[in-house]
Design a protein around this ligand. Structure first.
Ligand code: AFP
Length: 333
């Protein structure tokens, strides 16, 4: 039986009462925008879109041309989608409300338009991460504070990976599903329904160059992983680090593992390296819906009460038994 399309999957989700028509159409708009981003990314040097844009974002990071282009594609796609009350992006200082009622909907969309963009110029997989929240009742012109909802309030989340194939990974709270872009027909087709992350793993992902900056608990945990079968864990571990969260998380979704960006002396002041609202929360929702776990090291990630739109958090996510082990080291202080 040939794989079903994203459209059919979303209609089935709507018929099952899992989502409404507005959310279904919003997800379709985001998926269409990601197809356009995939085409732009896929052109590489031929598209004249590699390299620096010569601008910076609210994070204080130099923007790549594709960061700016991907952001514009998502803004334009949603400006007239009719399903959003507002949107927020890693690349924009503040959120943007959809101005007129004619094209306003009931949802808030948050996104990292091009995650991993430091990898774009060396042709390593990058992606888009998105999160959908409800606009608070009675709010017609949402402001930044209306977006500050915990990850448990998400009604949909997902990411794309622009890699050897372009994948869309999506949850609406009823499992995590993988769609592959069929470039010949231009449709996302369901290639993996209801992904389950193995509870245990022998593979971890962390940027080891920060080792000397980690908290003692992280130092102890990683040292025990590296000690392998001769150490307290009694088994050897392998390590991977792509430095594109979408690629590292997708590997974990595909074969298990633990992904970590813990606090370190360099990012402690900011609260962590990764952004809560449009990186950690959507990935935590996707991972939990696939039977995995996601923590800050001290609490369930989806229960963090946000205080700022671009807030950062420490992240431990993946195989639930390994996340529990890592959290155990941090609970000991
Ligand atoms: P960029 O989008 O600036 O490349 O950052 C990617 C990212 O936010 C996330 O995708 C990676 O897991 C993490 O940063 C990599 O951080 P390091 O460059 O410190 O390893």
């Amino acid at each position: 039986m040939s794989p079903i399309s994203l459209t059919r999957h979303l209609i089935e989700e709507q018929h099952a009462g899992h989502i409404n028509a507005d959310l279904r159409l919003l997800i379709e708009v985001v998926a269409r925008a990601c197809k356009s981003i995939s085409i732009a990314v896929g052109k590489g040097a031929l598209g004249g879109v590699l390299g620096e844009a010569g601008t910076g974002n609210v994070q204080g990071e130099a923007q790549k041309k594709l960061d700016v282009l991907s952001n514009e594609i998502l803004l334009e796609a949603n400006a007239w989608g009719g399903h959003l009350a507002g949107l927020a992006s890693e690349e924009m200082d503040h959120s943007q409300a959809i101005p007129d009622a004619a094209r306003r909907g009931n949802y808030l969309l948050l996104f990292d338009p091009l995650d991993g963009s430091s990898n774009i110029d060396v042709n390593v997989s990058v992606g888009t991460i998105f999160s959908v929240l409800r606009c608070p009742e009675g709010v017609t012109e949402p402001r930044d504070e209306d977006f500050l909802q915990p990850g448990t309030a998400q009604v949909a989340a997902g990411y794309t990976v622009y890699g050897p194939s372009t994948l869309l990974v999506l949850t609406t709270g009823h499992g995590t599903h993988v769609f592959t872009l069929d470039r010949e027909i231009g449709s996302f087709l369901l290639t993996r329904r209801d992904v389950r992350i193995p509870a245990d793993t022998q593979e971890f992902a962390i940027n080891m160059s920060n080792q000397r900056h980690w908290e003692p608990a992280t130092q102890r945990y990683i040292a025990d992983l590296l000690a392998g079968k001769t150490g307290p864990r009694g088994k050897d571990f392998n390590m991977r680090w792509v430095a594109s969260m979408v690629a590292d998380v997708h590997r974990i979704l595909s074969r298990g593992g633990i992904f970590m960006y813990p606090l370190d002396a360099k990012c402690r002041e900011k609260g962590g390296r990764l952004r809560l609202m449009y990186e950690a929360n959507p990935m935590a929702f996707v991972v939990e819906q696939a039977g995995g776990a996601a923590s800050t090291g001290r609490q369930r990630l989806l229960e963090v009460q946000p205080t700022a739109l671009h807030q950062r958090v420490p992240v431990f996510l993946g195989s639930r038994n390994e996340v529990a082990a890592a959290v155990g080291y941090h609970a000991d202080g």
